[in-house]
Design a protein around this ligand. Structure first.
Ligand SMILES: Cc1ncc(C[n+]2csc(CCOP(=O)(O)OP(=O)(O)O)c2C)c(N)n1
Length: 632
């Protein structure tokens, strides 16, 4: 078992295998993917779909001299297995081990890092143009899924490719699925190309001939298939109009056909698109049956595909249920997702309000302006976009929403450390990037019930608002039957001992750490107030003024970068108020945080009460000295 795979130490070893051995290698890889990802979790479905494609790519091309650019790069596990990382594959997504994507630092075979969708074509074009300028001869191959073509950047690149280079290969890996079913006109168009019967029969003939004879005859039939289909439905018309030569669609699991075709495309002196049809999850029944679930998930049973349930409702689920309730009572409430109905849990909302649910594809910029447009007509759009993916729509938030003061609500799931996915997915910047934008309010709930209240508050608010909440489960506070509105910019004082030495502001998920710090301080004889800030913007200046003027130290805790974050906002307010009280800030440093288990990363970077206490010590000592001096 895995006999062929364990012998592959580099892509050169792939090139030495016969066709029969390549097929055996594909079997080995599938088995390894299924059993290994069962333990680590990860993007199993997408990778099972590109086994033959990736083997064929390494058979025909020559990385690292040639470059493969993977869109999102969640489908690069097979590439990792073939490029000297087979012995470490069981460590994927584990702390200090292989990343789930392709950071350039991991291997010379990883030409471009990604995690967000739609970047492959632009990056590959940049590489191709750089190669042309330098007089190089290497090949640049971009591999992008069908859903990547719902993304604006992909089209900006398409618009530019033919004008910039004569040599670049794009592989459209079409499996019909985004995470959910792919949506929109492009998905329809791809579907039309592949559903054509005449094409299918010619295509099968071509595949059969290649298996029999290979070479010229097959190429002839493949071209005939292409021409015939072209006459009927104009396959690839879209790409041809962009000045790219379109080939396919071909069966992306037919290894001889793939190798033959890639060898042919390698010789072309024009930018080309190869349309490969693959099946997401191929070879693993549970993944073929439940495409959505097996796109990316935690550990599962490698036989049955069963997963353990979290038991408690996640923040995403509470968000979806709360939105359903709001929409039940307010017909102006609408929900918008950018291809993440599953991740944001909006697929729980969808059946209740199907006409007020919009999946716009992987198109965050469009999602935000689309929401702005709806808001101009009196609707109340709730845009559910992960904190990390909303980064892409910054200008739309500024220029289209905030400048016009339109009441769009941004529900930023995965606000805070994301964990196993790593730096491409951590949501650690949204306070900074939204705090500088006029008109917008930014809220952070301490628990699930407060999330519902904040959504209600946002619904009533007449301008733009954002709510960030963490990945996974929260403290488990069941939302009230009726949400209540929160006064804008008003913090909640959780504990106030009156005579206060330290004021601790614990933002959102960090509130329990604030309470722990308070207890640690009490044990050392210091009285501490605990505040749930609720708003990162506008912050509660009255609370800052009150505590800032009657305590000896302010501590802020946030699951966000320190630069420009909540603690910075508190310091700015103290400075504006001319209050000269020291501030200890706990948050993430000015660095990209690697992947890992959230608890371990928090411990490593000191995002906890212990570090706050350590940092507070010099100030506590000063306070103590002053007290002693007064009494001596
Ligand atoms: C900007 C952005 N938005 C959302 C996502 C979440 N996401 C990851 S993979 C994916 C679907 C990708 O589908 P496709 O490109 O067709 O590849 P497949 O997984 O089907 O192989 C989505 C929506 C993302 N990575 N980047």
């Amino acid at each position: 078992m895995n006999g062929f795979l364990t012998k592959i130490k580099s892509p050169d070893d792939v090139k030495r295998l016969s066709m029969v051995e390549l097929e055996r290698l594909a079997e080995d890889i599938r088995e390894r993917l299924i059993t290994s990802v069962a333990k680590t979790g990860g993007h199993i479905g997408p990778n099972l779909g590109v086994v033959e494609l990736t083997i064929a790519l390494h058979y025909v091309f020559n990385t690292p001299a040639d470059s493969f650019v993977f869109d999102v790069s969640h489908q690069a596990y097979v590439h990792k297995l073939l490029t000297g990382r087979e012995d470490r594959f069981h460590t994927i997504r584990q702390p200090e081990c292989l990343n789930g994507f392709t950071p350039r630092t991991e291997s010379e075979h990883d030409s471009f890092g990604a995690g967000h969708a739609g970047t492959a074509l632009s990056a590959a074009l940049g590489m191709a143009v750089a190669r042309d300028l330098a007089g190089g001869s290497e090949h640049i191959v971009a591999l992008a899924g069908d859903a990547a073509f719902t993304n604006g950047i992909s089209f900006e690149a398409l618009n530019n490719i033919a004008a910039q280079t004569r040599r670049m290969i794009i592989i459209l890996n079409d499996n019909d699925w985004s995470i959910d079913k792919n949506v929109g006109a492009i998905a329809e168009y791809f579907h039309k190309l592949t559903a054509n019967e005449t094409f299918s029969s010619l295509h099968d003939k071509a595949a059969g001939l290649i298996e029999k004879f290979g070479g010229k005859a097959a190429r002839h039939v493949a071209r005939k298939a292409e021409e015939a289909a072209k006459g009927l439905i104009g396959p690839g018309m879209l790409f041809e109009e962009f000045g790219l030569s379109y080939y396919g669609p071909i069966d992306g699991h037919n290894m001889p056909l793939l190798i033959e075709t890639l060898n042919f495309l390698k010789q072309q002196n024009k930018p080309v698109v190869l349309h490969a049809i693959t099946q997401k999850g191929k070879g693993f029944a549970p993944a073929m049956e439940k495409q959505k679930k097996f796109h990316g998930l935690g550990p599962y049973d490698p036989e049955s595909g069963e997963t353990k349930s979290a038991g408690q409702k996640t923040y995403s689920e509470i968000f979806a249920e709360s939105l359903t309730k709001l929409a039940d009572r307010n017909e102006k409430v609408v929900a918008i997702t950018a291809a993440m109905p599953n991740g944001t849990a909006l697929d729980l909302y969808r059946p209740h309000h199907p006409t007020r649910y919009f999946d716009v594809g992987i198109a965050e910029e469009h999602a935000v302006i689309f929401a702005a447009g709806m808001a101009t007509k009196g609707y109340k759009p709730f845009c559910a976009i992960y904190s990390t993916f909303l980064q892409r729509a910054f200008d739309q938030i500024v220029h289209d929403v905030a400048l016009q003061n339109l009441p769009v609500v941004f529900c930023m799931d995965r606000g805070g450390l994301s964990g196993d996915d790593g730096p491409t997915h951590h949501g650690l910047f949204d306070i900074s990037y939204l705090r500088s934008v006029p008109n917008i309010i930014h809220m952070v709930p301490k628990d699930e019930d407060e999330l519902q209240d904040m959504m209600y508050t946002a619904m009533l608010h007449e301008g733009p608002s954002a709510i960030r909440y963490p990945r996974g489960i929260g403290p488990g506070a069941t939302p009230k039957a009726q949400p209540v509105a929160i006064e804008i910019g008003k913090a909640e004082v959780i504990a106030d001992p009156g005579r206060t030495d330290v004021a601790i502001f614990g933002l959102g998920a960090m509130l329990p750490e604030a309470v722990r710090l308070q207890q640690m301080l009490e044990q050392e004889g210091f009285h501490a107030a605990v505040i749930n800030p609720r708003f990162a913007k506008p912050i509660d200046r009255a609370a800052v003024a009150d505590f800032g003027s009657r305590c000896g130290l302010v501590v802020t805790l946030e699951d966000h970068v320190l630069a420009g974050g909540f603690g910075s906002a508190v310091m700015e307010a103290l400075s504006d108020l001319d209050l000269n009280v020291p501030v200890v800030r706990i948050g993430w440093p000015d660095a990209f945080i690697e992947h890992g288990k959230p608890e371990a990363l928090r411990a490593r970077y000191g995002i906890n009460a212990e570090t706050a206490l350590e940092k507070a010590r010099p100030y506590l000592k000063k306070m103590m000295d002053q007290v002693l001096a007064r009494h001596s």
